[in-house]
Ligand binder design. Structure first.
Ligand code: MLT
Length: 380
């Protein structure tokens, strides 16, 4: 029986797929796996049984990935599962950034109680809420992953000129990109050439404050900035300063903080990007399937800290070894296998590597686990 702890609400359509051999609950002692959405995990102590953490979403900045790697815990995410939901909210954001929809709605509410005069008051007051159209304007997309590509393609369909940059764009994603999207050579080239900017990259040390005062100074006057990725990518002080001077016309973000709330020309949404029933279902299904595949077969799909590695089972015994990415490791591990290795696969990712061996014969897991640079061993 596997024990799975849910730190957030995870759709039953996903957890139901785990099957009878799983106990999945909101409170579990020493779980084998954790399912999480946005709960902060940086201060959590992990039990000795913990093998996997799956985030039902794309970003994993709420999970201590380095600590997990050191302890042999695989961190999964669900890339693409909520991409359509986020794309739809970004499209709404483009319009919110352009037309003074929020301000207009707020003002219209103030007319309550004016009876038959409301119609006339609306016509008289509406000119304060004029805003430009998006057709023909240039949208800059930073990050052409699952979400960025959908946003770029949809913006082309809405008649925008679209430019983008992503140094890590995969071949399948490149093939999905509308050929009208012009690829630029750097983030800066995108940011300094667009009327609307949307950011779709994870928050890391490298991407933190990628939109700061220096970068904003180089942007077009009146640029409108959308951030549906993470707080911290756009420096709040810099954007507020630029809004005051008119350099930035509007900032729409799905990640509020106290500085941004209630500021003029800032629209803060309460992290709604992935909050659709469809995306919650998709993320839950993907997260649970990946956890099940790893717990039962040792196959790793969509991990953010260990290499992707899958091998169809070809023998009664499977040995899964997590180890450091150091010379002669595989030779040393093989030296501890007394039976026949029917099939094997190994892959590294940065400082870590993962090896799967399908073997016939006896395996002494403790002996392999005792080898230098081995982090964790499982025999399935
Ligand atoms: C994501 O990283 O994909 C989103 O933040 C998911 C969510 O809203 O939970």
């Amino acid at each position: 029986m596997y024990n799975v702890l849910k730190l957030n609400k995870i759709a039953a359509i996903g957890t139901d797929r785990l099957g009878d051999n799983y106990c999945c609950a909101d409170s579990v002692e020493n779980p084998d796996a954790i399912l999480v959405r946005s709960a902060a995990m940086h201060d959590m102590e992990f039990g000795s049984n913990l093998l996997a953490i799956a985030r039902a979403g794309a970003g994993t900045n709420n999970i201590p990935k380095d600590k997990c790697s050191e302890q042999g815990i695989v961190v999964f995410n669900t890339p693409g599962a909520n991409a359509n939901a986020v794309k739809e909210l970004v499209l709404a954001g483009l319009l919110l950034a352009s037309r003074k929809i929020v301000e207009g709605i707020d003002w219209a509410k103030t007319l309550k109680g004016n009876g038959d005069a409301v119609g006339k008051m609306v016509e008289k007051g509406k000119s304060q809420f004029v805003g430009p159209e998006i057709t023909g304007k240039t949208l800059g997309v930073i990050g052409l992953g699952a979400i960025g590509i959908l946003v770029a393609n949809a913006a082309v369909a809405l008649g925008m000129k679209v430019i983008g940059f992503d140094p890590f764009m995969s071949v399948p994603n490149a093939l999905k990109l509308n050929p009208h999207v012009k690829l630029m050579k750097s983030n800066e080239e995108v940011m300094t050439s667009c009327d609307y900017l949307t950011i779709h990259v994870p928050l890391t040390e490298e991407t933190k404050d990628m939109v700061d005062a220096a970068m904003i100074a180089k942007m077009k006057d009146g640029v409108r900035i959308l951030n549906y990725s993470r707080d911290g990518l756009v420096n709040a002080d810099a954007v507020l300063e630029a809004l005051k001077s008119g350099k930035v016309a509007k900032y729409v973000t799905d990640f509020g903080n106290d500085k941004l709330l209630c500021e003029e020309n800032v629209i803060v949404l309460p992290h709604l990007g992935a909050s659709t029933p469809e995306s919650e279902d998709n993320c839950a299904v993907m997260a649970c399937d990946q956890v099940k595949e790893y717990l039962e077969n040792g196959n790793i799909i969509n991990s953010v800290n260990f290499p992707a590695l899958s091998l169809p089972r070809t023998a009664a015994t499977r040995v899964c070894v997590m180890h450091r990415n150091v010379p002669e490791m595989i030779k040393t591990v093989l030296g501890e296998i007394s039976g026949n290795v029917e099939n094997m696969a190994s892959k590294s990712r940065g400082d870590y590597a993962y090896t799967i061996l399908d073997v016939t014969g006896d395996v002494d897991a403790d002996k392999i686990a005792a080898l230098a640079d081995v982090i964790r061993v499982r025999v399935l």
